[in-house]
Design a protein around this ligand. Sequence first.
Ligand SMILES: Nc1ncnc2c1ncn2[C@@H]1O[C@H](COP(=O)(O)OP(=O)(O)OP(=O)(O)O)[C@@H](O)[C@H]1O
Ligand SMILES: [Mg+2]
Length: 371
Amino acid sequence: MKNPFRPSFGLNPNILAGRAGLLRGFSLAFAEGIGAPLRVSLLSGPRGTGKTVMLHHIESLAREQGWIVLRAFPRAGMIDNLIDPTIANALAELDTTSIPLTRRISGVSVGGFSLNTEMVTAPQSRKTLNTQLRALSHAVSKHGAGILISLDEVQSAQVEELAELATAIQDLIRDECDIAFAAAGLPEGIYALLDHPGTTFLRRAEHIQLGKLSSEDVKTSFVETITSAGREVTKDAVEEATRIIRGYPYLLQVVGSLAWAAASLENSTTVELSHVHSIADDAQLRMKTHVHQPALRKVPESQRNFLHAMAEVADGETARIKDIAQHLNTTTSALSARRRALLESGIITAPKRGELEFSLPYLKEYLQSDY
Ligand SMILES: Nc1ncnc2c1ncn2[C@@H]1O[C@H](COP(=O)(O)OP(=O)(O)OP(=O)(O)O)[C@@H](O)[C@H]1O
Ligand SMILES: [Mg+2]
């Protein structure tokens, strides 16, 4: 039997946990019309919370309603790349690229008298994102559909290009075109986007913060993923798996996949508690190499010290900023820049005033280990 779990970034899970309400909201937004708030959405969340998966689902919902989906890629040249080939291809598919012929003056000899004309292709005014999006919008509107622009990994895009994209979208919305924009990224990318003076219109966007799944959602998805692939799972195995998963989408796939494999090794058609127990350390190791290490790679020394202090004074996953300052022999105000940077990178969150929480499960344990 094939393992039904998908412990890999960017891969849709077989059973999506806990996002049904949000997806219903997007379906309605595409159907509703101009002014539906979710038509301009920013999804943020720490690594592995399911941003890419949500974007995939949002794209599918748009396509189901006949919309054209344009994927923007967050590297230098994003705008040029959108104009050609992305929009150019979409236009070609809709067969609207035939350019009318016009008559233009082709030769004026300086100081001379000849003035002749010839048939040429229409003057191609410089193709901008705005003009090309308008052409596409005009073409799709004939089919009663719209355009969704999706952008993943916002933090990797250049802010000036994001501003240009935002301006074009805003301009089309003003002219009542059916256009939607969904972007996803780490919190720092979303904040950088919102801080730029050229993107003020995005400050009114729906900001969706993807976080933990509820225990109930984890359980339902865990059980359904296993049973729909032809195996059983015991109740205590589900409880233990849920405890290890801590509401974190990536771990749901990792724990499921490893427990399934442990059952396979024993030729068992039931996933049992012993299988889940046997893979707990392997799951944590996966977190270390695929989540903690990459998340901390670019974190400067001073912020790491902050995190280490936080791990030391934390009660469970949360710590008081006052205690962190005390541990570091400093004041809370001296820590504010580091605190802010870590919040923006999505490594920690601030659930309450004066309190901070690790947003990545097992990060505290990782920081307390000798790596
Ligand atoms: N709602 C969900 N239910 C079950 N599994 C999920 C859910 N969302 C995501 N996953 C799983 O979690 C893992 C991470 O998902 P995804 O790649 O979308 O995260 P991400 O937030 O985009 O991470 P990154 O910040 O690294 O880009 C994948 O294995 C995916 O299948
Ligand atoms: Mg992603």
